[in-house]
Design a protein around this ligand. Structure first.
Ligand code: SAH
Length: 354
C-alpha cells in the first residue's frame, strides 16, 4: 500500500465514505503533482504529443480569429492544463507568422502540478509566461484566447443514480480487508443540483448513472462570461459525447485501462466530457462540438502535412502516422471532439461548418 493509499484509508476511517468527486480530486491532485504522466514511458498520450500539427493548426486558428476581430493590441492567451507545454510551444511557433499576435499576447498557463509547471517552463524557454492555479486568478481585462486539451476530462465528477423512485450518490468506502470499494449512498433530499442532473434523468427512459462535472460547468461559465465581455475565442478539445449519459469514470495506467480504485494516485482518472452540458453552461455562442478529425481536416491538415513532409523527407513516415492517428475515425478522429466558444458578436472560428 502506498503512503497516499494509507492517507485515503485514514480519511475514510475518520470521515466515512468519500464522495466520488472528492476521491477523484484528491487522487488526481496526487497523481499529477508527483509525475509527468505523458508519453511512452508514462500512462497516456495526447494529441499534441502525437503530432506537432495539432498545436500548429490550433495556433493558426487563434491567429486567424484575432486578425478578423480587428487585431486587438492586447489579449490574454491562456491554456488550461498544459501538460508538458507542447501544445503551447507548437501554437506559438505557428503563430509567429503574425508577430503582432505574439506581441499582443500575455500568456498564462493554468496548472496546479509543480512537476508539470517545470516541464512547461522548459518547453517554453524564451517566452514570457505566467502561471496560475485557477482561471479566476487571471485578470479579465482583454479579449481571451484560450485552449484546453484533455483538461476537462480530468476534473472531478459526481455520479448519481435514479432508480425511478429514489436517488443514490456514488461514494468510495473501505472494505473489511482494507481495499477501496464503491458505495452508493441513498440521498434523502435532492442534492443542490444544477439543471443538468434532472434534465438528464428526464431525457432517459430507463434509470442509469448520471454524471455531473460541476467544476467543468463553473469553469466554462467563467470562460463564457469573459468572452461575452471582452471577445475572443476558446477551443476545448477532449474525448466525450455530444449528448447522452452513463458511467464513463475510468482509469489509465501504462497505456491500459485499469480499475479506478485499484491504485489511487497512481493512475490517471478521467470521465468523458458532456459537451452539450458545457455548451449550455457557457452562456455564450458555441460552435460544434466537431469531431477532431473533421475539424483538423477543415483547417488544412492534409496540406500542412504535405508541406512538412517535403521539408523533412526523413521524417515523412512518422509525420503521416501522427496525422492519421489524430484524424482517423478508428483512432482519435471521432471520439475526440472540439467545442469552440466566442463572444455573442465577433467572427466565427475556422474549422466548423457554417
Ligand atoms: N493538455 C495536455 C495535458 C493533458 S493532462 C496535453 O494535451 O498533453 C491534464 C492536465 O491538466 C495536466 O497538465 C494536469 O496537471 C492538469 N490539471 C488537472 N487537473 C487540474 C486542475 N484541477 N487545475 C489545474 N490543472 C489541472
Amino acid at each position: 500500500m502506498t503512503e497516499f493509499a494509507r492517507h485515503l484509508a485514514g480519511l475514510i476511517a475518520q470521515d466515512g465514505p468519500l464522495r466520488l468527486d472528492r476521491f477523484m480530486g484528491l487522487a488526481n491532485a496526487h497523481y499529477y503533482a508527483t509525475r509527468d504522466p505523458l508519453g511512452a514511458a508514462g500512462d497516456f498520450t495526447t494529441a499534441p504529443e502525437i503530432s506537432q500539427l495539432f498545436g500548429e493548426l490550433i495556433g493558426l486558428t487563434l491567429v486567424d480569429h484575432w486578425q478578423r476581430a480587428g487585431s486587438p493590441p492586447a489579449i490574454r492567451l491562456v491554456e488550461l492544463g498544459p501538460g508538458r507545454g507542447t501544445l503551447m510551444a507548437d501554437l506559438l511557433r505557428a503563430a509567429a507568422v503574425r508577430p503582432a499576435f505574439l506581441a499582443a499576447a500575455r500568456i498564462t498557463l493554468v496548472e496546479t502540478s509543480p512537476a508539470l509547471r517545470g516541464a512547461q517552463a522548459h518547453a517554453l524557454t524564451g517566452h514570457d509566461i505566467d502561471w496560475a492555479d485557477t482561471l479566476d486568478e487571471i485578470p479579465a481585462d482583454a479579449p481571451l484566447y484560450l485552449v484546453a486539451n484533455e483538461f476537462f476530462d480530468a476534473l472531478p465528477i459526481r455520479q448519481f443514480h435514479f432508480s425511478g423512485e429514489s436517488w443514490t450518490e456514488r461514494h468510495v468506502a473501505l472494505a473489511e480487508d482494507g481495499t477501496l470499494i464503491y458505495r452508493d449512498v441513498i440521498l434523502n433530499d435532492l442534492p443542490p443540483f444544477t439543471g443538468e442532473v434532472p434534465r438528464a434523468a428526464g431525457e432517459r427512459e430507463h434509470a442509469g448513472i448520471i454524471e455531473l462535472n460541476q467544476h467543468a460547468l463553473t469553469t466554462i461559465a467563467e470562460i463564457g462570461e469573459r468572452l461575452s465581455t471582452h471577445g475572443g475565442l476558446a477551443l476545448i478539445a477532449d474525448y466525450g459525447y455530444a449528448s447522452g449519459h452513463g458511467d464513463t469514470f475510468q482509469a489509465m495506467k501504462s497505456h491500459a485501462f485499469t480499475d479506478p480504485l485499484a491504485s489511487p494516485g497512481e493512475a490517471d482518472l478521467t470521465a468523458h466530457v458532456d459537451f452539450a452540458a458545457l455548451a449550455r453552461a457557457s452562456g455564450t455562442r458555441t460552435f460544434g462540438p466537431a469531431d477532431q478529425g473533421a475539424f483538423l481536416m477543415a483547417l488544412g491538415l492534409a496540406a500542412r502535412l504535405e508541406m512538412l513532409c517535403k521539408a523533412r523527407p526523413d521524417q515523412a513516415a512518422a509525420l503521416r502516422a501522427g496525422a492519421e492517428r489524430l484524424a482517423d475515425p478508428a483512432a482519435m478522429g471521432t471520439l475526440f471532439k472540439v467545442l469552440a466558444l466566442t463572444g455573442p458578436s465577433g467572427p466565427a472560428p475556422a474549422g466548423f461548418p457554417p
